[in-house]
Design a protein around this ligand. Sequence first.
Ligand code: F6R
Length: 241
Amino acid sequence: MRIIRTKDYNDMSRKAANIIGALVVTKPDCVLGLATGSTPVGAYRHLVNAYLEGDLDFSQVKSVNLDEYKGLPRENEQSYYYFMHDHLFRHINIAPKNTHLPDGTEPDSAKACEDYNRVIASMGGVDLQLLGLGHDGHIGFNEPNDEFDKETHCVDLTQMTIEANQRFFNSIDEVPRQAYTMGIATIMRAKCVLMVVSGKDKAQILKDAFFGPITPKVPASVLQLHPNFILVADEDALALV
Ligand code: F6R
């Protein structure tokens, strides 16, 4: 595990974007595993700026996203499909056919998950998986559990995650209760895992995840076993370590 300590959110975002950008330059047809949530937004902004300045070319890049709410159509502003287009895809020259998310509109969970496993397998492996860190240690929508869920699966969101995500919806009743997410094994197979963490409110869970025992009760802790895990976190998030 490599820890890159940054002075604040913007510094974290720029450094994470530089790592992703370096991969896009050195491997133009790389497969990027992408994340939503508020933490990666700054990194996406830096990647867009690098593209606009002519430093990055995404024309051959492929992407697979971590997760998607079950039941939200793509045009719903809270769907992760919408988020990715809004924050990244529509600003860069990535080919729409090369971008992939689980199909949140597929009501048959088994089919949605099998289809997505096939998509990920067809990519031939993820070169870099970007992750945020949930307050309860979740990665993707892999919530604390008695075991590590391996491949893409449908999850019931915990009350903590529903409440955390409420800020994006008009009311808590609108927050979907289920989501499709890549599994832990899928995430661990990425050649490089890059996690971005910012803010004092993440300091305790960051400490538990990366300086405590490896346990499915703190899903992110499994990343301690990844051979190429880079944590880019600001001083506030690293305050307890
Ligand atoms: C996003 C995702 C989630 C978030 C996590 C942190 O695709 O899968 O695991 O990374 O909930 O979210 P933020 O960055 O909003 O604190």
